[in-house]
Design a protein around this ligand. Structure first.
Ligand code: PGA
Length: 252
C-alpha cells in the first residue's frame, strides 16, 4: 500500500493559544494511524516551537509553513530550515499559492528554498497549481509543468530524501472554492507524476491534492491512482472535522 500523507496547513486561522489547544486535543484523540498514514501538522510559525513539544512522541509529525533559503545571518524576519529541523520538524510547505500571490514569491525563490530544505534534512511539500483564468484558458498542464521545471531546477534527490508535490488549483482553495471534478484532479496528478519522473528520475516523491478537502470528500481524492494524500487548510483547523477526516483516512 502506498503511504498517504495528510498535511494540516493551519495558515494563520488559529492564533498562538488556539494552536496549542488544537495540538493538545489532537494528541488526546485516541485512534490509531497505521504506518501507511503520515499526518503532519503545520502550525503558524509563531507556535512552531510549542506545538513541537506537544506533538513530540505522538502519532503526528511536525511541519512548517515556509522557510528561508539561508541557514543563518543577516536576514530579518525569516525562519531557517535548520531551526525547523532542530525543533523536530520534518516537513516544510514551500511555494504555496498564497505566498506567490500575496508576497510575490517567485519560482527562483521557491527553488532556492527547496534546495535549502533538502540540505537541512527536511522534506519539502511543494505547492503548484493554476489560477482560474489559466484553467479557463486551458493552460493548467502547461502552468503546472512550468512551475515544476523551475521550482525543481537542479534538484536531485538522494536515496534518503523525499519530495511531496501538492497539486492545488488556486480556484479550489477555501474560502471561495469552485466545484472540483476528481477525475480532472487525477488527470493533472498524472501529468505531475510524468513530469516528476522526467525531472527527478526516481520515485522518491509523492503527489497529493489540496483545495477545500473535507471529511465528506477526502476519499474521493485518496482513491485516485495518482494521488497519495491531501494538503488541508481550513478544515484542518476545525478540530472535529479534522478528526473525522483522519477517521475517514484510517477507515478508507
Ligand atoms: P483549504 O487550503 O483546504 O483551506 O482550501 C488548502 C491549502 O491552501 O493548503
Amino acid at each position: 500500500m502506498t503511504k498517504k500523507y495528510i498535511i494540516a496547513n493551519w495558515k494563520i486561522y488559529l492564533d498562538f493559544k488556539q494552536s496549542l489547544k488544537l495540538a493538545k486535543d489532537l494528541v488526546q484523540e485516541n485512534f490509531d494511524l497505521s504506518a501507511d498514514n503520515e499526518v503532519i501538522i503545520c502550525p503558524p510559525q509563531i507556535a512552531l516551537s510549542e506545538v513541537a513539544e506537544i506533538l513530540h512522541g505522538s502519532k503526528y509529525k511536525l511541519g512548517a509553513q515556509d522557510c528561508f533559503w539561508e541557514a543563518e545571518g543577516h536576514f530579518t524576519g525569516v525562519v531557517s530550515p535548520a531551526d525547523i529541523k532542530s525543533l523536530g520538524g520534518a516537513y516544510v510547505i514551500l511555494g504555496h499559492s498564497e505566498r506567490r500571490q500575496h508576497l510575490g514569491e517567485t519560482d527562483k525563490q521557491v527553488n532556492k528554498k527547496i534546495k535549502a530544505a533538502l540540505a537541512a534534512g527536511l522534506t519539502p511539500v511543494l505547492c503548484v497549481g493554476e489560477s482560474l483564468s489559466e484553467r479557463d484558458a486551458g493552460q493548467t498542464q502547461d502552468k503546472v509543468r512550468a512551475q515544476l521545471k523551475s521550482d525543481l531546477d537542479g534538484v536531485k534527490l538522494s536515496s534518503a530524501q523525499r519530495l511531496i508535490v501538492a497539486y492545488e488549483p488556486i480556484w479550489a482553495i477555501y474560502p471561495s472554492p469552485l466545484e472540483v471534478d476528481p477525475q480532472e484532479v487525477d488527470k493533472i496528478g498524472r501529468a505531475v507524476e510524468f513530469e516528476l519522473k522526467d525531472l527527478l528520475g526516481s520515485n522518491s516523491w509523492s503527489v497529493i491534492y489540496g483545495g477545500s478537502v473535507q471529511a465528506q470528500d477526502i476519499n474521493n481524492y485518496l482513491q485516485l491512482e495518482s494521488i497519495s494524500g491531501a494538503l488541508i487548510g481550513h478544515a484542518s483547523t476545525q478540530g472535529e472535522e479534522f478528526v473525522e477526516i483522519l477517521k475517514q483516512v484510517t477507515a478508507g
